[in-house]
Write a protein that binds this ligand. Structure first.
Ligand SMILES: *Cc1c(COP(=O)(O)O)cnc(C)c1O
Length: 233
């Protein structure tokens, strides 16, 4: 993967401003159209495979939350960006190996992909060692897909209990619905599980379905292609 490569309508400041405004407008329209929608929805730029320049254009256009999938790629891009824009929050939205927990805790502000006890233990240990207390999201494999990250829905209750007992701050739930299925039932399941467990944040919805997610109560939508253009990776 070449991180500097991107194919984007919005590399220039003005184009990016227009793109961000359009997505914010779509979020707001969806929010107003549903009684289930949250009061506020965070637009998270899913910036995997995007270069520093385009990410900075997006920050200048007003986006303050970004998600990266790989620790290594984030380490190559984000220390420089964070030095310039200290207000930005960096979320880890891809799978995390427990042996990378230390690096993740040092760089990220929010971990959205917590799904295994071993990872919970590693995160808790690293947060204590580094004196950091990051909000975490439990990723739920709502489609119970074989290869997919996330805890199975039937195991989520016990897993959330494990996280809390270990001292992890479970701020939210996150899901990536199966490709080729209607996303709405998956979003509904995630929202129901969050309500059952007293969890307030819901990270759900991507470029093709963020409006549905907002109508169903998303507090964070993770938008890549609709914001940055198609990826070339
Ligand atoms: C890439 C990615 C997104 C954004 O996907 P788009 O379809 O480009 O909007 C959101 N969430 C996760 C976990 C991703 O890996």
């Amino acid at each position: 993967m070449v991180w500097g490569l991107y194919n984007i309508k919005g590399t220039g400041r003005q184009d990016m401003v227009t793109q961000v405004e359009e997505i914010r407008q779509r979020i707001e329209n969806s929010r107003k159209s549903s009684l289930l929608a949250a009061e506020g929805v965070t637009l998270l730029g899913a910036s995997k495979a995007q270069g520093v320049e385009v990410i900075e254009a997006c920050i200048r256009a007003g986006v303050a939350d970004f998600g990266e999938n790989r620790v290594q790629e984030a380490q190559a891009k984000w220390p420089e960006i964070k030095r310039k824009y200290s207000q930005v929050r960096l979320h880890l939205i891809g799978p995390l190996q427990s042996n990378k927990a230390g690096e993740a805790v040092a760089l990220f502000d929010i971990i959205q992909s917590v799904d295994r006890e071993k990872l919970v233990d590693a995160l808790v240990k690293e947060m204590r060692a580094q004196g950091r207390d990051l909000p975490c999201y439990v990723q739920v494999n709502t489609g119970a897909e074989e290869q997919k990250a996330g805890v199975r829905p039937e195991a989520a209750g016990a897993f959330i209990g494990y996280c809390r007992a270990a001292g992890l701050h479970v701020a939210g739930l996150m899901c990536v619905p199966p490709v080729g299925q209607h996303a709405a039932p998956h979003f509904a399941l995630l929202a129901k599980m969050a309500a059952e467990h007293g969890i307030s944040q819901l990270s759900m919805g991507m470029s093709d379905d963020f409006e549905t997610a907002v109508r169903m109560g998303a507090t964070c939508v993770r938008v890549g292609r609709a914001l940055f253009g198609e990826r070339l990776d």
